[in-house]
Unconditional design. Structure first.
Length: 261
């Protein structure tokens, strides 16, 4: 193995949970460009259709599936379909989540309905999707890669009513270390990436507010918010042979924000 071939994903198959979303669809394209075949899974059939068409146009060997990742048997069924199409599964990328800006409450009164919604969206989906994918990897015996979307909110508080979201992303960071420890014997590495704001429709409402955006950017040493493309290099590293001896890590991708805290 030499040079850039350590990033080559030819012959590998990936599942991208939330592959119809802004970050999921961008990362599916990154994995596909590196040579992987890609199954994108999302509960929104329209998003899946649009993302699948773009991947096909880019020459990626792909499959789009609709399904709910908070339903465990459905996750098993979806992974079985992906395996049926590509015959193997090497990479599980977890990009389902978010919702924080839609349910802001004081910590002392955080309502249980919104707590459950955010925990299901961010954590249960990651749990069930990963379990289904990792069982397939363990059965095949060839190792694999799990990479999850965390957030800087997994390690930093924010004075804005984010209790459930920080709990979910903190749990993803802990599970990353726990799963890395348990699945190392199967040569499955488990890591997470933790961005600050990434310019996607999900956070457009906040970033469209010039005062909010100016305050945010002022705290980021590199002086801007992220884009889905800012995640691509780290994703290629964590999903390829380049990171063969790296597991249980959470990489912040935040223009230096956490370095200042
Ligand atoms: N955008 C940001 O600023 C930012 C920053 C840090 C971390 N993140 C994290 O990155 C991830 C992706 O964010 P995004 O901005 O691309 O969001 P997005 O809303 O564009 O993508 C999420 C996708 O998940 C799908 N989804 C939701 N629930 C599902 C379910 N139960 N089953 C199957 N699919 C489901 C949605 O339909 C959507 O397409 C999230 O985990 C988010 O917390 C985002």
């Amino acid at each position: 193995m030499s040079g850039l071939s350590i990033f080559d994903l030819s012959g590998r198959a990936a599942v991208v949970w939330g592959g119809g979303g802004a970050i999921g669809s961008a990362i599916a394209a990154t994995l596909g460009r590196a040579g992987a075949s890609v199954t994108i899974i999302d509960q929104d059939p329209d998003r899946i259709a649009a993302a699948e068409a773009k991947l096909r146009d880019a020459g990626v060997d792909c499959l789009g599936l609709s399904g709910d990742a908070t339903d465990r048997p459905e996750c098993d069924r979806l992974v079985a379909q992906a395996m049926g199409r590509f015959g193997r599964l090497d990479i599980c990328f977890n990009a389902i989540g978010g919702g924080a800006g839609k349910v802001l409450h004081p910590a002392e009164d955080y309502p249980v309905e919104d707590w459950d919604w955010i925990l299901d969206l961010n954590l249960r989906s990651t749990l069930y999707g990963t379990q289904a994918a990792v069982k397939a990897m363990i059965n095949a015996g060839h190792g694999g890669r799990v990479l999850s979307m965390s957030s800087v909110r997994g390690q930093l508080g924010i004075n804005a009513g984010y209790s459930a979201y920080v709990a979910a992303k903190g749990a993803i960071n802990s599970l990353t270390r726990q799963w890395a420890t348990e699945w190392a014997k199967h040569n499955i590495t488990v890591n997470a990436i933790a961005p600050t704001f990434v310019d996607t429709p999900q956070v457009a409402m906040l970033l469209d507010d010039p005062v909010f955006k100016a305050n945010l950017v002022a705290r980021v040493p590199l002086g801007r918010v992220g884009s889905p493309d800012d995640l691509a290099g780290a994703v290629l590293f964590f999903c390829s042979d380049a990171s063969a001896f790296v597991t249980g890590q959470v990489l912040t991708i935040d223009g230096g924000l956490t370095a200042t805290q």
